[in-house]
Each structure stands twice: as C-alpha cells, then as structure tokens.
Design a protein around this ligand. Structure first.
Ligand SMILES: [Fe+2]
Ligand SMILES: [Fe+2]
Length: 295
C-alpha cells in the first residue's frame, strides 16, 4: 500500500521590500491590489503557520510521498518561493516530494524566465525525463508512477490566470508515458480537467490546450489526475472526456476551506481522506472519506 499526501495553493506572501519599480507596471501590480483590496491577504494570513503545522502532521505519519500541485506564492517573488521551499523542507530526504508550479508562481514573464521555482524546488523535481528538459518528469513510488507536468505560463494581462502545456512538452509527455512500465500512472498538474460541476473552466482561468493534454494522458494510460488551482476541494470518478478520475486538492491554507488530501493506494483502489485544519487545536483532522477506482 502506498500513502500519498496531496496539497496545493498555499499562496505564501512576501513583504513589500522585495519590490522593484518595474513590478508596479506589470501584472504583479494589479495582482497586489487584488491581494490587498479584495481580502485575499486576510484570507491567507495564517498560511505560513498552517504549512508548518502540515509538515509536523506529515512527519508524524508514515507518508511515502508529498505531492504539491502549485501556487506556492501570491505574486511569484523568489523570496516567496524560497520561503515555501524552506517551510516545506524541500531537500529533506526523509520527506520525498514532487512539485509543479502554478500560475501565481509564474506571475510575470520575468518570474517564469527566472527559473526561481525550479531552483528552489529542484529536489522535488527529480526523476525520469526526456533529455535535459525539466518538464515533464516522472517519479516512481513503489508500483506507482507520478508524472509532473508544467502548465503555468507567465501571462501578460492581469485578468489572465490561464495556462498552457505547449506542443513541445506534450510531445515529450507522450514519449515519457510510453516508456513507463505498466502499473498506475498519476498525472500531477496545476490545472483541472473540469470544475466540480463537470463544466469546463472559463478560458481566462483554464488550460488553453486541455483537450490535447487529456488525449495524451488517456493514450498514455494515465489513471488519475491530481490538481489544484480551484480553492474548494472536489473529486470526480470520471471527468468528462478524460474517462479517468480527478481530485482537486483545494487550498491548504485559505481561511475556512484549508485542507489537503491523504490517499491510500492498493492496486487500482484509492481510499482518500480529506484532512482539514482545526483553528482551535491547530491540528488537522479527517473530515471526509471517499474511494475511487483508478481506471
Ligand atoms: Fe491558487
Ligand atoms: Fe492557480
């Protein structure tokens, strides 16, 4: 039996001391206004403490692998990414992890091009890959393969939270999946196949090449899709055209809906526990259980 912990969207924030003048004149400026004026900063005020509690919880339990499906930061600053990696103890070999970036981690094109996420999360991105290309990569955990795909893109417009895997990475993904022997293959990416209702994400918030990714995942034998991006958790036994189940981890740190998933996998059977943060005890407790069959 394999035990995985899946969490997402921790959205740690840095102080204003990290700002350069150019940050005010790009997407980061409007993201900051959204963060401050519309209550986002208040909703994530306890994020650092909850991540620390999460790691205490994980260390006390027999976990085989941590899975982080992106949005470590609020504004994609290197200081935020570094803080996240520090709190998550990336590089601590007693807690192996796998991470992919979210749209906030590539808040701007500078943030994407800086490679800061990949530098700080390097230990959580080790695995089998095609040539020297960072994405996608595959990690074996017992009889399971976890495959990390990067769908975040540094977008220009403030309202654009969409992403794209891109033709070159899709081609490498098809190659990588074809070379993984048998067993259960689990795709980890920031973006969902669909919303909890089964409907597609709106274009400005979803994956621009979703259909191509789903098609390659299906052809390559993917049997489960793990993601974040949406802050309320949900799961579906079959996600539209994907035909396989999906689990959205939701946000681990947003006030009132803070939770993560713990999955026990044996053969094709997955038993999940949704663990929520309890503000009074400052601990996590299991609030929901569900089962899925991996196809
Ligand atoms: Fe998010
Ligand atoms: Fe996101």
């Amino acid at each position: 039996m394999i035990r995985l912990v899946h969490f997402s969207d921790i959205h740690l924030t840095s102080s204003l001391s990290d700002w350069a003048w150019r940050d005010w004149f790009c997407k980061r400026g409007t993201s900051w206004l959204n963060h401050r004026l519309f209550g986002r900063a208040r909703r994530f005020a306890l994020a650092d403490d909850i991540v620390a509690r999460l790691m205490d919880d994980v260390r006390a339990r027999p976990i085989d692998q941590l899975i982080f499906s992106g949005d470590a930061t609020a504004l994609g600053f290197e200081s935020e990414i570094g803080r996240a990696a520090e709190l998550l103890r990336v590089g601590d070999l007693s807690i192996p992890g796998l991470a992919v970036p979210g749209n906030h981690d590539y808040c701007t094109r500078f943030a994407e091009a800086s490679g800061a996420f990949e530098r700080h999360f390097a230990a959580w991105q080790e695995g089998r890959r095609i040539g020297e290309h960072r994405y996608p990569f595959a990690r074996q955990v017992g009889p399971i393969w976890l495959i990390g795909v990067n769908a975040a893109t540094g977008n220009r417009w403030p309202w654009d939270a969409g992403g794209q895997v891109g033709a070159a990475q899709l081609e490498r993904l098809a190659q990588l999946l074809a070379g993984l022997p048998g067993a259960v293959k689990i795709l980890v990416v920031h973006y969902p196949v669909c919303l909890a209702s089964g409907r597609r994400e709106p274009r400005h918030h979803g994956l621009r090449d979703l259909d191509a990714l789903v098609q390659i995942a299906r052809a390559g034998g993917v049997s489960l899709w793990l993601h974040g991006h949406r802050h309320t958790p949900y799961h579906l036994p079959q996600a539209g055209a994907a035909k396989f189940p999906v689990i959205c981890a939701g946000t681990a740190t947003q006030q009132g809906i803070w939770s993560h998933g713990e999955y026990l996998i044996e053969g094709n059977a997955l038993r999940a526990m949704r663990r929520v943060y309890d503000l009074e005890s400052r601990c996590f407790r299991t609030a929901e259980e569900f089962s899925l069959t991996l196809k």
